[in-house]
Write a protein that binds this ligand. Structure first.
Ligand SMILES: Cc1cc2nc3c(=O)[nH]c(=O)nc-3n(C[C@H](O)[C@H](O)[C@H](O)COP(=O)(O)O)c2cc1C
Ligand code: SF4
Length: 610
């Protein structure tokens, strides 16, 4: 264990601390690099970072303890984290993980005795179209099978640096099977900015309004209204209603690339192959609301994209599409910084994301005030999804009426869908809104008789085969983009358990209904799985679901019971076939616990039993 006065630790951390300066908003970025350098965040590093940033030690410790990719205890020179989504499980993740553990003589979740390697599970890594997937020291491994694991075990045993591993292990394919206006048409970098400058900021906002674009991150809020609110907040601010911080009126554009909802991976593809479109949409947004600074909040699982995204930003600066005086416009400066997450699903929630950007734990804020009036550093901030910004660039280029002519009246444009599970061609499908689930299943080669589809990830909706004529649209089946397909005979109770584990693990712990409710939900499903469930447990699940939905502080808690209750309602036999016949069995065997007392006292009469 490193101590803060250890010269080795100080030498290791000095370049990191110098690179980030004394800005406390860099705290999470610093800790990520400490984790890389030391394979943990040791107590000594917390002292050094706290002293360097001049923040209380407890704050640094709080942040280090919050994010799952940061660990107080050594995680090994090689840290393997298997993606634990249900689709990875369906592809054999549990057996493969055990296989690797056996090869490396390590127990799941423990560090090997020589300190070389640890193997554990993590939440979905966003590679469900090429699972089973894992991360090794943060880098994605895809299409894992026994052969690949044999090779990986060999590379680890021979202590080969991850940078020298064969590149084929790290290949991440886009798997686009159907493109439309976002993925299927070429884009000339600068086209949307030029159109915006020619039209004017106010007129561009009017085009956004006409397009009826709604946010692609899940909630479906109208983008033009959000941008208009941010603009109005600035107007208020200039009237002195909102106080300035540091005397400098600032506003921010934030692109939410946290993409943590299990089964969702479409933002990964946009960022990998269409980053210009996304950055251009952010720049259009900046012109409309008057922002000079933007952030891309990139989930830690996608750090492999960081270098190429930085290269795109550099190229755009050189082309005059970012930085000072964009395209020669002296009153238009805007630049984008990339901030990496560190394994926390809650940081996709916009106010938690802003906290994380500020270098803190990702704890959702009270709302109102909303980020559009008080966001990053208390300033008006627009937070939009990656796909929303890509759509905004297309609208700036082609006009609002063009966009509104695609899709349905209430859901204009196209939607990117991440399709995985029991299908022949998992990957990305872009459709105009209004497409039926049945059409998608036909196109992706759903295997056998499809039984159920989980739309929009665990926090979304489970639909049964009776509902396959329903349409992907805000007015019918809204989705942030995930479609996980389950064929006939899949045990959907396992899906419910997987999702309940996910929410219990990802709850940030701030409010009691969610912190306790998600754990109780998980425990009840474990009880049913072990053969001790009764009808009263199903009633308890419904009661808990109501509490979670109505009393949680944020969207994570309020949606945590969705899949558990949807599957119970639509596939009751999945639960009932596992229940005991009688109506109630306590989770704790009180009479069994009295056995020790009976033995000590030598009693076995009727009064010594319950
Ligand atoms: C628990 C939770 C996780 C979320 N994760 C994401 C995410 O990964 N990406 C995203 O764009 N929005 C996510 N959201 C929604 C955001 O809070 C926010 O509504 C969205 O980024 C706004 O962008 P949009 O208007 O373009 O959809 C999440 C919300 C909750 C409650
Ligand atoms: S609902 Fe859950 S994730 Fe949201 S604030 Fe409460 S504990 Fe945290």
């Amino acid at each position: 264990m490193y101590r803060s006065d250890s010269p080795g630790l100080s030498r290791l951390l000095t370049p990191i601390l110098q690179r980030h300066g004394r800005d406390a908003t860099r705290l999470l970025q610093i800790l990520r690099e400490v984790q890389d350098a030391c394979h943990s965040v040791p107590a000594g590093a917390i002292d050094l970072v706290a002293a360097h940033l001049d923040v209380p030690r407890v704050n640094v410790e709080g942040v280090a303890g919050f994010y799952s990719f940061l660990s107080a205890h050594p995680a090994g020179e090689y840290r393997l984290l298997f993606s634990g989504n249900i689709t990875d499980q369906m592809l054999g993740k549990d057996e493969l993980m055990q296989y690797l553990c056996n090869k490396l003589w390590v127990e799941p979740g423990r560090l090997s005795e020589d300190g070389l390697v640890s193997v554990d599970s993590t939440s979905c890594t966003g590679m469900c179209d090429q699972g089973p997937a894992a991360l090794v020291n943060g880098w994605p491994l895809t299409n894992l099978d026994h052969n690949r694991l044999d090779l990986i075990a060999e590379l680890i045993r021979s202590r080969k640096p991850v940078a020298d591993w064969p590149p084929m292990l790290f290949e991440v394919a886009d798997n686009v099977h159907r493109g439309d206006v976002l993925l299927g048409q070429p884009f000339e970098p600068g086209a949307a900015i030029r159109a915006t400058l020619a039209r004017g900021a106010k007129e561009t906002l009017a085009e956004m309004d006409k397009s009826n674009l709604r946010g692609r991150g899940g909630a479906g809020f109208k983008t033009a209204s959000k941008w208009a609110f941010c603009h109005a907040a600035i107007a208020e601010e200039e009237g002195g209603v909102i106080c300035d911080v540091g005397g400098q009126p600032e506003r921010f554009i934030v692109c939410n690339a946290d993409e943590g909802e299990p089964g969702t991976f479409k933002d990964r593809v946009l960022l990998n192959s269409h980053a210009d479109l996304v950055f251009e949409g952010m720049t259009v947004g900046a012109r409309v609301v008057g922002a000079s600074k933007g952030f891309l909040y990139l989930r830690g699982e996608y750090r492999y994209l960081l270098q190429q995204l930085e290269a795109v930003l550099k190229r755009r600066r050189e082309a005059g599409l970012l930085g000072g005086n964009i395209l020669g416009q002296t009153d238009f400066s805007f630049d984008i910084e990339i901030h990496l997450g560190a394994g926390a699903y809650i940081c996709g929630e916009e106010s938690a994301l802003i906290e994380s950007l500020e270098g803190k734990r990702g704890r959702p804020r009270n709302r109102p005030p909303f980020p559009v009036t008080r966001g990053y550093k208390g300033r008006p901030t627009v937070v939009d999804n990656v796909e929303t910004f890509a759509c905004a660039a297309r609208i700036a280029e082609n006009g609002g009426a063009w966009f509104a002519s695609i899709g349905t009246a209430q859901s204009t444009g196209t939607k990117l869908l991440s399709v995985s599970g029991d299908v022949a061609r998992p990957g990305i499908y872009e459709y105009p809104f209004g497409v039926t689930v049945r059409q998608i299943l036909d196109d992706c080669g759903a295997q056998g008789r499809s039984y159920a589809v989980q739309v929009s990830g665990p926090s979304g909706t489970t639909i049964s085969w009776k509902e396959f004529e329903r349409k992907i649209a805000f007015e019918d089946l809204p989705t942030a983009g995930a479609l996980m397909v389950f064929r006939h005979r899949r045990d959907l109770f396992q899906a419910a358990r997987n999702f309940a584990d996910f929410f219990a693990h990802e709850s940030c712990g701030f409010c009691t209904p969610c912190r306790v409710g998600t754990q109780l939900q998980k425990k009840i499903l474990e009880k049913i799985q072990s053969g001790h469930g009764t009808a009263s447990d199903l009633e308890e699940l419904k009661r808990l679901g109501h509490i979670l939905k109505t009393m949680s502080h944020c969207g994570l808690g309020s949606s945590a019971a969705n899949p558990v209750l949807d599957i119970l309602e639509k596939f009751p036999d999945m639960y009932e076939s596992k229940l005991k016949a009688f109506a109630f069995e306590p989770a704790f065997d009180l009479d069994g616990a009295l056995e020790t007392a009976r033995k000590i006292t030598g009693r076995d009469d009727e009064w010594a039993h319950l």
